[in-house]
Design a protein around this ligand. Structure first.
Ligand SMILES: *Cc1c(COP(=O)(O)O)cnc(C)c1O
Length: 392
């Protein structure tokens, strides 16, 4: 199966059509460039939806993965392994928090966060105080509770009934949050920058006031940093850029540079909320994925300041192109949203791909860039040149 049409026809015959796929089959990548079955080259401004944070086939990442694969990839969470020990310690250090649970994906990390919030509240206050407030336009994953938490009706149709105990309020509306004060709430779940919903940063003032209200009412503040975490916004975690201290932080996408790893980190007061047998996963946090993540943290640490600089550079360059279809450029670090007008975002993404730039849609009218965090100025310029000649 060497060419595109053979690969595509196997997909059409054998894989459920849950995705509207773009007409390309990638074969390999190097740095921030991708190559397809027809020998075409692309600049990668998508990172496999924020996953390939150190680009493709990064030598240090590859060395760590190959070495670990040759020693031990999995033994289950019934035993101790060194890569997990190192990773958990580093995550506590960089987040300023106190305990980690590893799993395999973003949705699974959100499920765990929901469970710990419910248990914390039930232990302390008894039954009934279980409602979790989430925001409209949020995205928290596709499993049933994470899907229920997702504040977008378009993902909900077809799948009723849902898990009980979720309530949605508009983002950046503090009065709407204050109006929720009552005795059935256990947590507020937010993405510091709403990703899938359209790359919408929550305003700092709102996040601060929300964090204060949570503290006052003993609601847990859960930051879903599956997309924003691990350097994407130029801070290790986006909450650090907002000056708040959440109780639970989820992570996944970018942490292991392409291998499946997720999890959540908790503050000191939640360290003993989940005991032996309360929660689990078979291969979450296996030594292979943890070794990959340790390499990612080593690679990203020295370039954190560059992530903000490069993000600002991209925004400035796009603004200076004066593209008539662009009405707003927003985001944090290398998580950028370009709001489009009078042209469909999916059409722009398809045109860019055709022209050699891999980008993403978000929300209903946003072109999203999530380039590898290691992207160079040369690669940025090459990508932006394609944007300029394609969207005019
Ligand atoms: C992608 C995403 C998820 C879901 O992650 P999966 O790995 O696809 O389950 C959850 N929350 C946020 C904020 C995300 O961006």
């Amino acid at each position: 199966m060497k060419n595109f049409s053979e690969i595509k026809s196997s997909y059409e015959k054998n894989i459920l059509s849950t995705y509207g796929r773009y007409q390309v089959a990638f074969t390999h990548g190097k740095g921030c460039r991708l190559y397809d079955t027809e020998g075409r080259e692309y600049i990668d401004f998508a990172s496999g939806i924020g996953v390939n944070s150190v680009g493709h086939s990064h030598p240090e990442w590859m060395a760590a993965v190959c070495e670990q694969a040759s020693k031990l990839t999995h033994v289950s969470n019934l035993y101790y392994t060194e890569p997990g020990a190192i990773l958990a310690q580093r995550l506590c250090e960089i987040s300023g928090m106190s305990g980690v649970f590893f799993c395999n994906s973003g949705a699974e990390s959100v499920e765990g966060a929901i469970k710990i919030a419910r248990k914390y509240s039930a232990d302390k206050y008894g039954a009934g105080r279980h409602t979790i407030i989430t925001l409209e336009e949020s995205f928290h994953g596709r499993t049933m509770a994470a899907l229920t938490a997702t504040g977008q009706a378009k993902f909900h149709k077809h799948f009723h009934p849902f898990v009980e105990g979720f309530r949605y309020i508009p983002p950046n509306d503090f009065a709407a949050l204050e109006a929720q004060v009552g005795d059935d709430i256990c947590a507020l779940l937010i993405e510091p920058v709403q990703g899938e919903g359209g790359v919408m940063p929550l305003c700092e003032e709102y996040v601060k006031k929300a964090a204060d209200l949570c503290a006052k009412n003993d609601w847990l503040l859960i930051c879903d940093e599956v997309q924003t975490g691990i350097g994407r916004t130029g801070d290790w975690f986006a909450f650090q850029g907002c000056g708040v201290k959440p109780d639970v932080v989820t992570f996944a996408k970018g942490i292991a540079g392409g291998l499946p790893l997720g999890g959540f980190i908790v503050s000191e007061n939640l360290k003993n909320t989940l005991g032996a047998g309360d929660h689990g996963t078979t291969y979450g946090g296996n030594p292979l994925c943890c070794a990959a993540a340790n390499a990612v943290l080593n690679i990203v640490e020295p370039i954190l300041p560059k992530i903000k600089e490069n993000g600002a550079y991209i925004c400035d360059r796009i603004a200076s192109m004066n593209l008539p279809h662009v009405s707003e450029i927003r985001g944090r670090g290398l998580m950028l949203g370009i709001k489009l007008q009078k042209i469909a975002h999916t059409e722009v993404v398809a045109q860019l791909l055709q022209a050699g730039l891999v980008a993403l849609p978000a929300g209903s009218d946003v072109l999203r860039f999530l380039p590898p965090l290691v992207i160079s100025r040369e690669e940025i310029d090459a990508g932006l040149a394609i944007l300029k000649k394609t969207v005019h």
